[in-house]
Design a protein around this ligand. Structure first.
Ligand code: AMP
Length: 362
């Protein structure tokens, strides 16, 4: 039986595991947390992510290794290759971990981005303000997620305090984008180089955290443009696995924000809403199997359940909703689960999402 080793045992690892069980795969995880979500689908080696002993154990047990979050230390992956294949490749991880390197890569592939400027001190930020104008979104180059590690600078007088707030150096200043909508383009590339792309997803964030996704997004020609971006990125990185590219829509233009070298929250709708889920296609890609059909099964909506689960979950357990609970303890801003609805048309989907948001008070 083929065994997949996964670095990280959170909800993404858990959903990979559920998809893999249907393909007859076994799983083993590496994660220092106590009873993480993926413990429901396979044994968890309880070691830090960069522990030599933990990684060696994972490599000795698994046929292929993958990861479910992008802050895996690149040095840790280097310790594993070349005996056990690791996908996505370390180069993708290196680019995704540093916003400056990532934006430079986008530029080299003719993927448009908002103006940006490296910031290592307040004077750099003042220079960025002169070049890019205000407001500026100031972000840490590394380890930001769900809107953390960033702030908006609206006044040049705030340059010193903003830089200090985010740690003083290794920052990036980005032009603030007055976007109309946010989309994500999710695709998969297998070892042989075949590529599939899902219909675009439209995403709504609250407090920097994904709240609602709708797919297929009403995007017209933008799908073709986004598919071009995604294809160039996947090929350039000799990528293997699922990759999610986050995009801003401004008028009829797209600007890339960032990419995630892994399955992505905005692709959870594919579990019930697409012919093949992103989790199954990630596994198919890293095992060099034929990639599955990415067509949507209808108009699909996904609601994230953040911070606390509803007291009355029966409303989410009843058809047409599909409830996914990750088995995590409630905590403010923590993703505890999600619910998906598949409907016949966008109007019914939006109505279902609206009614559910009202019932759940979100
Ligand atoms: P990020 O961590 O880069 O994905 O940012 C989290 C969210 O902040 C994005 O999904 C946007 O809603 C918002 N955001 C990030 N960068 C910008 C920007 N340059 N202009 C406007 N909004 C932004």
């Amino acid at each position: 039986m083929t065994k997949i080793g996964v670095i990280g045992a959170g909800q993404l690892g858990q959903m990979l595991g559920y998809a893999g069980q249907r393909l007859g795969l076994e799983f083993i995880f590496l994660d220092p947390a106590d009873s993480p979500p993926a413990a429901t689908v396979g044994p968890v080696l309880k070691y830090p992510f960069d522990s030599d002993a933990g990684l060696q154990k994972l490599a000795s047990e698994a046929d292929v290794i993958t990861y479910e979050f992008e802050n895996v230390p690149v040095g840790a992956l280097a310790k594993l290759s070349p005996d056990t294949p690791v996908y996505p490749p370390a180069e993708a991880l290196e680019h995704a971990q540093d916003r400056l390197v990532e934006k430079t890569l986008f530029g080299s592939l003719d993927i448009p981005v908002a103006g940006f400027h490296a910031v290592d001190c307040a004077d750099d930020l003042r220079e960025a303000i002169d070049n890019l104008g205000l407001p500026i979104v100031l972000k840490t180059r590394r380890f930001g997620y769900d809107g953390k590690g960033q702030c908006i600078v609206r006044d040049a007088a705030d340059a010193d305090s903003a830089v200090a707030e985010l740690g003083g150096s290794a920052l990036i200043a980005e032009q603030w984008v007055p976007f109309d909508r946010e989309l994500s383009a999710i695709g998969a590339r297998n070892v042989s180089g075949d590529i599939v792309v899902y219909p675009l997803t439209e995403n709504e964030h609250r407090n920097g955290i994904l709240s609602v996704s709708r797919a297929p997004a009403d995007a017209g020609m933008l799908r073709e443009t986004a598919t071009g971006f995604l294809t160039r990125l996947l090929n350039r990185l000799d990528y293997v696995g699922v990759l999610a590219l986050e995009l801003f829509v401004v008028g009829d233009h797209l600007l890339a924000n960032e990419f995630a070298p892994r399955v992505h929250n905005s692709g959870h709708w594919t579990i019930e809403g697409a012919q093949t889920s992103q989790f199954e296609n990630h596994l198919r890609a890293i095992l060099d199997m034929r990639l599955g059909d990415t067509d949507a099964r209808g108009s699909v909506g996904m609601l994230n359940l953040i911070g606390e689960m509803p007291i009355d979950r029966s409303i989410l357990e009843a058809a047409p909703w599909h409830l996914h609970e990750y088995g995590k303890d409630p905590r403010p801003d923590r993703k505890l689960g999600h619910a998906t609805v598949v409907t016949e048309d966008p109007l019914s989907r939006d109505e279902a999402l609206e009614n559910m948001a009202l019932l759940l008070n979100i």
